[in-house]
Write a protein that binds this ligand. Structure first.
Ligand SMILES: [Zn+2]
Length: 177
């Protein structure tokens, strides 16, 4: 995680703790103790924000949705078919490992995250989700691996990223030297 990102997330956690502090959530009346509680609260918020980065599911909608006017609200959105508008934690979905050629796909529909198979899955075969960079949309292995390394801290070795190394075969000479 870059220093810029960490600063951004820390600032977000602090600002959220300030909002919570303005409510009656922190019940201590002593200012010094209340500050200690706020630091603890901000630390917990920062931990959750960092967990969300690796575990949250992006929620996208298509233009046919009734919320079109709210979500696709500016000129830049005119040509978009889908738009990301939120992130949420779905604990079961967060258990799935990544593949750049996933065998499921997730669709957010009327408040539910629905998981559909994208291809036949054999008994005992691992169910694999895509964390973002999908091979069909991002053909470059290097680009996909960089995206995953930066956000999820692993080098992808899925079937889409493991290239079949073909043996180097010298062209057969004509026999005329
Ligand atoms: Zn991969």
């Amino acid at each position: 995680m870059s220093i810029d990102d960490l600063f951004h997330y820390s600032l977000t956690a602090y600002l959220l703790s300030e909002i919570i502090k303005s409510t009656n959530f922190l019940r201590c009346n002593q200012i010094k103790k209340r500050d200690t509680e706020q630091i603890l609260l901000a630390s917990i918020l920062l931990k959750h924000i960092q967990q969300m980065i690796c575990n949250a599911q992006t929620i996208s909608i298509t233009k046919t949705n009734q919320m079109d006017d709210i979500i696709f609200d500016n000129d830049d959105d005119r040509d978009e078919i889908t738009k990301r508008f939120a992130s949420a934690i779905f604990p079961t979905c967060a258990l799935m490992n990544h593949s750049c050629v996933p065998n499921i796909r997730c669709i957010f529909d009327q408040g539910y995250l629905r998981v559909y198979t994208a291809k036949p899955i054999r008994q005992g075969e691992e169910i694999l989700n895509c964390y973002g960079p999908q091979k069909s949309l991002m053909p470059s292995i290097e680009q996909r691996q960089n995206v995953l390394l930066e956000q999820y801290f692993f080098k992808c070795q899925c079937e889409g990223c493991v290239e079949i190394i073909k043996p180097h075969v010298e062209p057969i000479a004509n026999g005329e030297n």
